[in-house]
Design a binder for this molecule. Structure first.
Ligand code: NAD
Length: 509
């Protein structure tokens, strides 16, 4: 674990002056990142490793042990043994909540190194890691420590002859598979409820962003969790670590966040059990903007919804449907603001948009933009900003003149690319907004409350924001309709997924 004056690091990060990665963190990065199995840091059995690269510079960041099938097996078996031994699983949830509270506190104490690592690994602006991702990771732990404590209090149903006592039990060994766009944020979103419910977990982070999970394992080690309750395997997905994990017969539940296509493959693997799954998948959210929308708020939030985290957010809003009478005005104002977004070094606190995750992803985003042809127009962006010779930087991109059949309208680009469309009336807007296979979230912009309510009900998405975006309450069900997900997480929905309801029926006689 890194030891240093983190308060001084925080001052440096937030000063807005360029800063170097501190020496202590550089040496941490140089150390080979190991797996964490059965309470021990260990190498993979094969000795194979993989490397990660800084999206902003292309430089190598770190070398990570690759978990092969045998390592995944060791992790699942360790989880199973810990579960059966019961030191963790049979503790009360309020005892387990104490661990989560301490973990949340520790994440906050280590906010500076974690934020630097997250930005180095993902390319996202440090302001976002420091003020967004890492505090949210701590909040996930604190929230489920409160929400999940005392969850085992039974519900009792009595009639003249019998009493039915129902309560939740942990499921067993849970596989947690996470993507690269919000690494620690999503890892803790799954880890915290899984642990408070008394499960053992095997976490497999994205191979593109393994660093904060490696750091997390070191924090967890300090907190003396019983061996085998938390295991970390690092590696790739298909035909590698991820696939071995979701196909393992010892896994009792799989919580996955990632692409819809990967969800399909995991569903197939899980069908062998069958193993219970919770999927948070891709999105292609739309905003419907009526002429009476609150203008300044609309522009600010739509800009954030389009370009925050380089557009690499499942909940990003890359389709904007604008009522005809305001279309030209909106287009002009939006493009002007998009051009003013400060793209730059992820470690500069003033940066508003960093670099895309990988060169491969950069090429994918570029190829989508290349498919815009007449009458479509790329109004701004569409390429690497001229001032960057290297790094996966991509300018905020605004497109107009394409219709509902265009690939950019239908498919998830997952980058800073937004298309804007005019609409004539409410029913056309709803029809167009619903016309993708995805159904994660949507925004409705209007001051007319009854219209907002009507349109919200007509939209086939798991979440709708009215005159807002990305406002979350962790008690609220989170998840997508259609191809954007299977199941819901958050609050009770997470406790239900990571728990098994049991009913005991006793004769009153
Ligand atoms: P991805 O599906 O490529 O990878 C996600 C994880 O799955 C990685 O850890 C990967 O190694 C693993 N994986 C890949 N193939 C696997 C297989 N066959 N078996 C087991 N594991 C496998 O996704 P990504 O590119 O890392 O992330 C971007 C995607 O995630 C986007 O589609 C985005 O919308 C989605 N996402 C959704 C949400 C949500 O809450 N709905 C949140 C964040 C990201």
């Amino acid at each position: 674990m890194v030891k240093a004056d983190f308060a001084a690091w925080e001052r440096k990060i937030t000063s807005g002056e360029p800063f170097e990665v501190p020496e202590e963190l550089r040496s941490w990065l140089l150390r080979w990142k190991r797996l964490y199995i059965n309470g021990n840091c260990c190498d993979g059995i094969s000795g194979e490793t993989f490397r990660t690269f800084n999206p902003a510079t292309g430089e190598e960041l770190s070398e990570i042990c690759l978990a092969k099938k045998e390592d995944v097996d060791r992790a699942v078996v360790a989880g199973k043994q810990a579960f059966e031994q019961g030191t963790w699983a049979r503790q009360s949830s309020s005892e387990r909540a104490k661990f989560l509270r301490r973990l949340g506190d520790m994440i906050l104490e280590h906010k500076a190194p974690l934020a630097i690592l997250e930005s180095l690994d993902t390319g996202k602006p440090i302001k976002e890691s420091f003020e967004g991702d890492i505090p949210r990771a701590a909040l996930n732990c604190h929230f489920f420590a409160e929400y999940g404590a005392n969850q085992e209090i039974p519900r009792v149903f009595t009639n003249e002859t019998h009493t039915h006592t129902t309560f939740r039990e942990p499921v067993g060994v849970v596989a947690l598979i996470t993507p690269w766009n919000l690494p620690l944020y999503l890892e803790t979103w799954k880890l915290a409820p899984a642990l408070v419910m008394g499960n053992s977990v095997v976490l497999k982070p994205s191979e593109l962003t393994p660093l904060t999970a490696a750091y997390l394992a070191e924090l967890i080690h300090e907190l003396n969790l019983p061996p085998g309750v938390f295991n970390l395997v690092q590696g790739l997905g298909e035909q590698s670590t991820g696939e071995h994990l979701v196909s393992h017969a010892g896994v009792d539940a799989i919580s996955f966040t990632g692409e819809t296509g990967t969800g399909r493959a995991i569903m197939k693997a899980a069908s062998v059990g069958p193993t219970r799954v919770s999927f948070e998948l891709g999105g292609k959210s739309a905003a419907i903007v009526f002429a009476d929308a609150p203008w300044e708020l609309l522009l600010n939030e739509s800009l954030r919804a389009a370009f925050r985290n380089q557009g690499e957010i499942c909940l990003a809003v890359p389709r904007l449907y604008i009522e005809e009478s305001k279309y030209e005005l909106f287009l002009e104002a939006f493009v002007e603001r998009a051009k003013a977004i400060r793209v730059g070094d992820p470690l500069d606190y003033r940066t508003e948009m960093g670099a895309l995750i990988s060169e491969e992803h950069w090429k994918k985003v570029k190829s989508y933009v290349g498919k815009v042809d007449v009458p479509g127009k790329v109004l701004c962006g569409g390429d690497r900003p001229a001032e960057f010779a290297k790094g996966n930087y991509f300018s905020p991109t605004v497109i107009s003149g394409i219709d509902g059949t265009h690939v950019i309208t239908r498919e998830e680009v997952f980058g800073p690319v937004v298309a804007i469309y005019p609409f004539k009336d409410e029913s056309e807007a709803v029809r167009e907004a619903n016309a993708t296979p995805y159904g994660l979230s949507a925004c409705v912009w209007t001051k007319d409350k009854s219209r907002a309510e009507r349109v919200s009900r007509d939209l086939r998405t798991g979440l709708v924001w009215v005159n807002s975006w990305l406002v979350r309450d962790l008690r609220v069900p989170f998840g997508g309709q259609k191809r954007s997900g299977v199941g819901r997480e958050g609050g009770d929905f997470s406790l239900d997924f990571y728990g098994e309801w049991k009913s005991v029926c006793t004769s009153n006689g």
